[in-house]
Design a protein around this ligand. Sequence first.
Ligand code: NAD
Length: 499
Amino acid sequence: MQELTHYVNGQHVKGTSGRFTDVMNPATGEVQAKVPLATKAEMDEIIAKAAEAQVAWGATNPQRRARVMMKFGALINENMDELAELVSREHGKTLPDARGDVQRGLEVVEVCMGAPAMLKGEFMDNGGPGIDLYSMRQALGVVAGITPFNFPAMIPLWKMAPALSCGNAMILKPSERCPSTSLRLAELLTEAGLPDGVLQVVNGDKEVVDAILDNETIQAVGFVGSTPIAQYIYGRAATNGKRAQCFGGAKNHMIIMPDADMDKAADALVGSSFGAAGERCMAISVAVPVGEKTADALIERLIPRIEKLKVGPYTAGDDVDYGPVITEASKTRIEGLISSGVEQGATLVRDGRGMSLQGYENGYFVGPTLFDNVTSDMDIYKEEIFGPVLTQVRAQNYEEALKLTMDNEYGNGTAIFTADGDVARDFASRVNVGMVGINFPIPVPLAYFSFGGWKKSAFGDLNQYGPDAFRFYTKTKTVTARWFSGIKEGGEFNFKAMD
Ligand code: NAD
């Protein structure tokens, strides 16, 4: 049995708490490793070491820090297949999808190679007579990243690359279900020239998270995970005076207008609802066709596409469409929600319950599931299922579809499929959701924009990566300066306007 470690001060260290949790292989249901769960005492010591290391790193000029990102990016590329395999082994997603997971994180590293340009301050000469004003962006100190299981490479990279390139040290607490990719990324950063202690990867559960939230040295917390935990972490971090951006769950709607290309809409829905077994915060889980004819046409196209889907372990080859869900508890929960949909009156068009794959009978596979005639009072509509379940809610017109999307408590992503530019513009402008796709089902913005939902999908200020990340991970200092040569006045006691 492999015993995983923490990565502290540039090396792997064993946990000393005596507490472990199992890392499962979701395709077989077998335990493949055990990961140590750190204690508050271990954590406080690790944070203190990070604070020591941050002093020199924060004083290193930004161009040199950027060179570490350049080398890191090259190493991620060189080790792409190995990283993807680590992702698939613990998460269960297919290898092509795992490569995408690494790639979308790598793109943020690439933007961070240009961090110096983002860290420049502002300057105003002669803001008053002989008076110059300038602002600087300075590192916060030690910051923390707490990440979910579903993107074991991408989200840790979204956290570490901007935080480190701004001159901070980071404590990264990856999901205890998929910790190995973060440990490997930390090794690659050491190889790229990151000084020891600047990135500390600490494994753990609530005890470690609470130790981060209560530690006075930690200046900011970037969290991604489910909404209840996001809200909890946001509250506790803010109470303790820390910056916090906490991204939560989602229930993403896709509106299909009668003039949409129905085949393209059906393709988009199948890929975005069932890809990665529906375990993406940007997965479309609610299809909202406008008009009965559109709804019928869509169902007619979805069924054959769903029947062709191949579900299996990542080792079965690149033609597998999606793999298992993350845990047995998750499978049980998803199947329970499917049953609730039947009991509450939705039409079950395709049922993925009870799936068992030959040779993988103990794996956590859930077949693709499609519901029609779903209404907003049903649990399958209200809850984030986070599994391969697509629900269809029929709307009579565009305004009804828009209202449904806007009334939902989540606001991560949404999409509209239409051939009408006016409707698309109106939708993009009015909808109260953070990321919008037009004929595009998973509108994850590229790395030089930024990522963030609205409503209960995000708590705090500023988005992840892109220009917002450089604001989140630095604080602004503004200097007002004058030089006394030529100024002969005595003391000044009034608060003067700079006229
Ligand atoms: P999760 O909330 O269970 O766990 C996320 C992190 O919080 C993990 O590191 C975990 O160890 C920690 N954690 C769990 N319970 C905790 C507790 N009680 N106290 C303190 N820390 C705790 O989420 P998950 O199951 O790993 O990930 C899936 C969720 O993440 C989904 O809801 C999904 O929508 C969401 N997600 C959101 C985004 C986004 O950007 N909005 C991106 C990816 C995933």
